[in-house]
Design a protein around this ligand. Structure first.
Ligand code: 6GU
Length: 246
């Protein structure tokens, strides 16, 4: 997969792209990430990328021309007339695992990072094919959001994670919060690891984990439970947990 990122701050990506899972995926040539400085696509002496908003108001707005030209230069280099082009903005649809899965099927992806108060709407209307937000809060720019998109997409690409990790990704597990994890020591500062995990009984461990996932999802993310299709066994695990508690 190739990902082209358009940004005013390419340096922000240096650490992110060289470490951990993404660094390894790039070393293995599973993903090719290219950074493009939007400022390099200006033609004036001062390399101006932003202007005051028409109609007045606070802050500056990114001009359309350098962004259009940067995207067109990438498409030309790829020899493609259309490439999925995602604008990162707080006005976008909310990123989730399903969207990440769809993006992971793309051969090429262009990500546009906005900055300042906003970006000329013609970019969203006539250049981007998608507009994505990573949550209901304001970031100072789209760069961190682009890193979030790259991270959750790249880890889904074949060969990036070990097979053992990808097993955890089945659709059954998605939509519920993860169960609690423990490692050695078995007792730390007097706090013990739940005894079932030390029992060696894999059936009981699997049941306990599923029950924990269900319980913490109900408590912390009731919105997710409503969407999850709970099996009869899930319902039994829940009623068992509530019986023990009451
Ligand atoms: Cl994609 N950009 C900005 N500036 N803020 C955000 C965001 C994106 N997603 C959530 N907040």
């Amino acid at each position: 997969m190739r990902i082209d990122i358009l940004t005013l701050f390419p340096q922000m990506f240096d650490g992110f792209l060289s470490c951990s899972i993404i660094g390894r995926a790039r070393e293995r040539d599973i993903v090719d990430v290219r950074l493009h400085d939007i400022r390099a696509y200006t033609h004036d002496k001062h390399h101006i990328v932003d202007e005051y908003p028409y109609g007045g108001g606070a802050g500056m707005v990114l001009k359309p021309e350098p962004i259009f030209e940067a995207v067109e230069a990438v498409k030309e280099e790829l020899g493609l007339s259309s490439v999925p082009t995602v604008l990162l903005s707080p006005q976008g649809r909310l990123l989730n695992h399903e969207i990440a899965r769809q993006l992971a099927h793309c051969q090429h992806l262009i990500l546009i990072c906005g900055h300042y108060e906003g970006i000329d709407e013609r970019v969203a209307e006539h250049l981007a094919t998608d507009e994505i937000s990573i949550g209901d809060y304001l970031l100072s720019g789209g760069e961190v959001a682009a890193m979030v998109v790259v991270d959750c997409v790249v880890r889904l690409l074949p060969g990036v994670l070990g097979s053992e990790t990808s097993l955890v990704e089945d659709s059954h597990t998605y939509g519920l919060l993860e169960y609690p994890q423990y490692t050695r020591p078995a007792i730390y500062r007097g706090w013990s690891v739940p005894s079932v995990l030390l029992s060696g009984n894999h059936g009981e461990i699997a049941q306990w984990r599923r029950q924990q996932s269900l319980l913490r999802t109900i408590k912390r993310r009731p919105d997710l439970i409503e969407k999850a299709a709970l099996s009869d066994e899930d319902k039994r695990l829940l009623s068992e947990a509530f019986e023990i508690k009451s």
